[in-house]
Design a protein around this ligand. Sequence first.
Ligand code: HEM
Length: 488
Amino acid sequence: MLRSVGLLGWAVLAAASEMRSDDFPNYDQGTIPAWKDLASLRGAHPDAQVMSKAEYHRQLKSLDIPRLYRQIAALMTSSRPYWPADGPQDGDVPSYAGLFVRLAWHCSGSFRLINDTHAAGGCEGARQRHWPENEWRDNTNLDKARGLLAEVKLQFADVSWSDLMTFAGTAAIKLSGGPAKKFCFGRMDDVNGDRSIPLGVEGVTQCRGSKFCKSDAECPNAFRWPEQNDTDHVRCNIEQPKHRLQASHSVGLIYVYPEGPELKSTADGYHSNLVHNRSPKLSALEVRDTFRDRMGWTDRETVALIGGGHTLGRTHGNCNLTGTKWAQAPYNNVGPYFEATPGSLRGPTDGTCGTGAEAGRGKNTVSSGFEGPWTRSPSRWNYDFFEALLSEEWVPAKSPYGADQWHTRNETSKFARTMRLTSDVSLVADKIYRPIVEEYAADYAQFDADFADAWFKLVHRSEDHPHKDDLEKDAGVCTSFEFATLLP
Ligand code: HEM
């Protein structure tokens, strides 16, 4: 039977590998209280799962799934002072839905399907807790999401982190009124991040003396688009030396540059009077290269996933760093700002942005540097994403942090407080994606059904279970959320 809280079946691993760097030992325990409690339960390495797969799957049979769901519901809607929930700054109720969905997506989005034959990554293993994934810059502030979930982990100690993170994201969609259909448990956790190394190494702060402690962020095999400005980031090719499975266009991103390529001044469509010249058309090619060629998604699944993901939650970049210590070296390059390590120079969460209790938190959070929600009700499932993409004219804009994004030209539009990334706008600039956007804007039921199917596939495929049904066949513990309630 699955215990609510207990030590049996879990153990501290005596021989820590040289690659090992769990989330836990680096946390500022005062900042994220539940980690402290996990520590006292578990000892030095509280999150290592050493139960055999057979034993874990056997114990899952008695998991109280409705109770787990209710715990996540209670957590999701109750803002914690150490990391305040979003919602109020956009006129909505407080909710961690966006944060939990992004957690599950970034954990699962490392999945690569190469030539339909070789699978790597995925959330199973929960290696996002370990180096190198916890130093990928795209995972900024997801330590806070894991810190919040530690409260649930305390109650369901034997549920693996990878099951917990993917279930929390799926429950968040359901609780917000979204279309999650089914979820299966049974993922095993890895004790270190070794299996993520082929996906790319970026920061090396937590890599303790291993021969792999060399950043390959520079990406030896790279390209720029002919129309792209020479000062803009190069993109990593899928083929890399030493058979590395290049995770994305940049190692620290799970997938693709959100801001898209900047046009050079001689390129068609360049306008010197705009605040940026990011190209939605080129961005669409990058989205397809990443989602289809590296991750194995169809164009339709790609549009459904991006539109659904960017229905909940928001981007975070509400702080101008000019004149602060972060202005010189962009904080994205100073690590490990994303782990709440005391004295780690962890970036704007140190209080540089904002004042008082919310300094660096809540409405003053800087994660990606983009700023704003995609929809008018980011805590509740809605259909603004595609409608506004089509009905509004989106014009280049800057976030307070200085990131290149898009706002509505019509400043009095009902969507005027929402934003788009270049990769979002790319979906209407591309002749293959656009008809899918039009279909989803007109047919909500079709969008919901396609998103639910794609989401199921997203959180169930991994290196160890590369097909979407593998986990169900292996563990046989699934729920269709018959008991589900919605956000109050
Ligand atoms: C082209 C692909 C994508 C790009 C470039 C992209 C980029 C981003 C960026 C820059 C943020 C802001 C992070 C922050 O500042 O907090 C974000 C947030 C988010 N993304 Fe995506 N994303 C993509 C696809 C997806 C997909 C497929 C999903 C899920 C199915 C998803 C779900 C989310 C959610 C829920 C948030 C809000 C997080 C929060 O509220 O804290 N994204 N994304």
